[in-house]
Design a protein around this ligand. Structure first.
Ligand SMILES: NC(=O)c1ccc[n+]([C@@H]2O[C@H](COP(=O)([O-])OP(=O)(O)OC[C@H]3O[C@@H](n4cnc5c(N)ncnc54)[C@H](OP(=O)(O)O)[C@@H]3O)[C@@H](O)[C@H]2O)c1
Length: 263
């Protein structure tokens, strides 16, 4: 995995209208990268552009407003980078949604929707970006998974499934891409202070855990961009996530018991 300069890097960031994606985009632009920001909410993307433009000596930003599950929208984002910036060096697959509720009360549609956004759209964006990435400078794919791609928890089966899929896919793809000169960084955040649990597609009012007690989003973004610079293969940027992984490695039965009260 190669070290790389952020300054001048040409990138597409999905889910850049809020939370982790927004913070990664702002950090990249602050360090001089050129970013195409993709998300559905044009209003919020415009605000991110204003924030980026206010940074001194920063890079450039363009927006593509649309659903990441739409192949035409993904194509537009890749083309925007290639046409406006002259190429593509980084794809940051960050767009994601959750759902909260028991499997026995859930629907096939919900499982498919979460998989479409969190996994299939990301996998297809990589497939569609590869021709441009292979011509890029020190190219890299960044997949934002989750600590819940390492440890499943109750009432979030759709989400955990999508993030485990992303984890396995990334491990497999990393080795293939390395031979072609493209790095793959897997980012597995723990609980981060964003609007994620307000935006779940189901069960919003029932989420029992902490709002406002996660890691600040800027910490996760800075660690992600630093890991891109250093050419790391995987990071768990939050202390809460590293603790969960440690506990699960050493005492998985105990973690099961603790999680039972949320079932
Ligand atoms: N917050 C956490 O505790 C946490 C922990 C681990 C992993 N993560 C992961 O971090 C990533 C970002 O989540 P977040 O916490 O920053 O949540 P967030 O604030 O809700 O941000 C989600 C982003 O994804 C975009 N998005 C959602 N569905 C989309 C779609 N169909 N097409 C295009 N964009 C879409 C949203 O924009 P629009 O609504 O404008 O489309 C938004 O920009 C996700 O992959 C999530 O799974 C979060």
């Amino acid at each position: 995995m190669a070290r790389r300069e952020i300054e001048g890097m040409r990138s597409v960031v999905t889910g850049a209208s809020s939370g982790i994606g927004r913070a990664i985009a702002v950090e990249l632009v602050r360090q001089g990268a050129r970013c195409v920001l993709l998300a559905r909410s044009e209003d919020r993307l415009t605000k991110v552009v204003e924030e980026c433009n206010a940074l001194q000596g920063a890079g450039q930003v363009e927006i593509v407003a649309g659903d990441v599950t739409d192949a035409a929208v993904r194509k537009l984002a890749i083309e925007k980078s290639v046409v406006t910036y002259g190429g593509l060096d980084a794809v940051i697959n960050n767009a994601g949604v959750g759902s909260f509720g028991r499997f026995s009360d859930s629907s096939p549609d919900r499982l498919r929707r979460i998989m479409e956004v969190n996994f299939f759209a990301a996998a297809e964006l990589i497939r569609e970006s590869l021709p441009a990435l292979l011509r890029g400078t020190n190219p890299i794919v960044v997949n934002v998974g989750s600590i819940l791609g390492h440890r499943g928890i109750p009432r979030m089966h759709e989400y955990c499934t999508s993030k485990f899929a992303m984890q396995g896919f990334s491990q497999s793809l990393r080795i293939e891409l390395r031979a072609e000169g493209v790095d793959l960084l897997m980012v597995s955040p723990g609980t981060t202070d964003t609007e994620f649990y307000d935006n779940v597609v189901h069960g919003r009012g029932n989420v029992p855990w902490n709002k406002g007690r996660g890691t600040p989003v800027a910490v996760v973004a800075k660690k992600t961009v630093r890991a891109m610079q250093l050419g790391k293969r995987e990071i768990v940027p939050n202390l809460n996530g590293r603790l969960l992984l440690w506990a699960n490695r050493h005492a998985p039965h105990w973690v099961d018991r603790v999680l039972e009260r949320f079932a």
